[in-house]
Design a binder for this molecule. Structure first.
Ligand SMILES: [Zn+2]
Length: 292
């Protein structure tokens, strides 16, 4: 991307697509910084005025659209678009950055679409998404899509070792969608990590934990809890199938597939705004409890 920018061949709208935790927002910021940097190295120089202002979050030609809400509204997008119609104040280029564009409202998407169709000179749009299926086809077709892959386990191990003393296995990293970033962000957060969920999950199967109690405990990490439920139910399924010699007992294995299906369904439901997360979780956990 840097090389193409140097040759003035960079598309004016870049859409970085990747799974949650692949580092797409980190990359989007680095790219924005590079576009504004006045040096012409591969990476942003980190010492020019533009880079220093960018780091201080006060670069006048950088407009990040952010929101406290679950949806990105049209007003926030309009403000950014209005800003870039003016001449660049400091750098030669101007950048609008929007992360998670799948969260844009319909009117916000339409406002963005107009800018994509009639781009202002020297303006770059750097966009990211974890869910390209929720984005208007007209927006996608006007962007250059760049897939951001998840790092390999070996790459992740090196990265995690630079930031933490923890020893990760492939199994543990899988609980964090194979993402070293998600692992580092969540693994020691309030002790609510994959290992403690695994203990609660076992407690639920053995009747030591209640569905409501756990739903309440994990409500702030509902998406992770659901993802881990799916992962652990697949493991349970494999264990049941392996350990059973009695053909009639294969039914137990299929029940874990039901849990997996419900977890997949819960993932979709959790994406909708304003839904009762403890309720979705307790329905899922109650199903696990009923397997006894
Ligand atoms: Zn610089």
């Amino acid at each position: 991307l840097s090389l193409r920018l140097q040759k003035q061949q960079l598309h004016h709208a870049i859409l970085l697509v990747g799974e949650q935790g692949c580092g797409e927002s980190e990359l989007s910021k680095a790219l924005a910084k590079r576009i504004l940097c006045s040096a012409s190295d591969i990476l942003p120089c980190a010492t020019c005025k533009a880079c220093l202002l960018f780091e201080a979050q006060s670069h006048p030609d950088f407009h990040a659209v952010t929101t406290e809400k679950t949806q990105i509204g049209v007003d926030a997008v309009r403000v950014a678009i209005e800003q870039v119609t003016k001449t660049a104040q400091l750098s030669a280029n101007k950048v609008i950055l929007i992360n998670h564009i799948e969260n844009m409202s319909e009117s916000a998407s339409n406002a963005l679409l107009k800018t994509l169709e009639e781009p202002t000179k020297h303006t770059f749009l750097v966009l990211t998404t974890n869910a390209p299926q929720y984005i208007l086809a007209t927006i996608k077709s006007r962007c250059e899509k760049i897939r951001v892959p998840m790092p390999s386990f070996d790459q992740s191990k090196v990265f995690i070792a630079q930031h933490s003393k923890a020893i990760v296995t492939e199994d543990i990293l899988a609980a964090y969608k194979h993402s070293p970033l998600l692992y580092l962000a969540q693994a020691d957060d309030k002790g609510l990590d994959f290992n403690s969920f695994k203990r609660d999950f076992t407690g639920l199967i053995q009747g030591r934990e209640s569905a409501e109690g756990l739903a309440n405990k994990w409500k702030d990490m509902a998406a992770d809890a659901v993802h881990w439920t799916a992962q652990l139910s697949l493991q349970q399924f494999a264990v049941e199938v392996k350990s059973t010699t009695d053909q009639s007992r294969t039914v137990v294995g299929t029940q874990w597939m039901k849990v997996y299906d419900q977890a997949t369904y819960a993932t979709k439901k959790l994406r909708q705004a304003g839904l009762n997360k403890p309720l979705i979780l307790s329905a899922l956990f109650a199903l696990i409890q009923s397997l006894k």
